[in-house]
Design a protein around this ligand. Structure first.
Ligand code: ATP
Length: 136
């Protein structure tokens, strides 16, 4: 029988951003968001850009930004090995706002010199960070 919790770790090469038991975890896979509850089938996926949400045992909710990497679900263990991650309190809003403005300036420049895909990705990261720091 499946247990009632999962053990989730969110790691980047330099830091453990989250480690603990949760009732559920949501994260962006490469083809959209995935929700994992206890008893989930084994899974290995690339991570997209977005928000990791952990519902802790006491009902507290922890949000983290992530961009790139992999996630693995194996039994009750969920390992999220992100290329980049920040907990909501670690997000520098001013930096994200500046990154958003830079990306928008590039996207609206009409210049042939601009790498539009790169600017779109930068805008997506900045907007996701701002959304986590200031959810509506
Ligand atoms: P910027 O243009 O401001 O560097 P970016 O989206 O290009 O933003 P990333 O490549 O995603 O930055 O991340 C590079 C490093 O900087 C990572 O360690 C990431 O955690 C950190 N970082 C980037 N933006 C922020 C932010 N707004 N708040 C906190 N850390 C950030």
């Amino acid at each position: 029988m499946a247990g009632t919790t999962l053990f989730v770790e969110v790691l980047t090469p330099d830091k453990t951003h989250f480690s603990g038991f949760v009732k559920a975890v949501y994260f962006p896979g490469e083809n959209g968001y995935l929700g994992v509850l206890p008893g989930h089938a084994p899974l290995l996926t690339r991570l997209g850009v977005g928000t990791i949400t952990c519902i802790e045992e006491d009902g507290d909710v922890v949000h983290m930004f992530c961009s790139g990497g992999f996630a693995e679900v194996m039994g009750r263990d969920v390992s999220i090995l992100a290329s980049v991650a920040e907990r909501e309190g670690d997000i520098d809003e001013e930096r994200a706002e500046k990154a958003k403005q830079r990306a928008e300036k590039r996207l609206f420049s009409g210049s042939a010199e601009v790498d539009y895909a790169r600017a779109m990705s930068a805008l997506q990261r900045a907007m996701e960070r701002l959304h986590i720091a200031h959810p509506q």
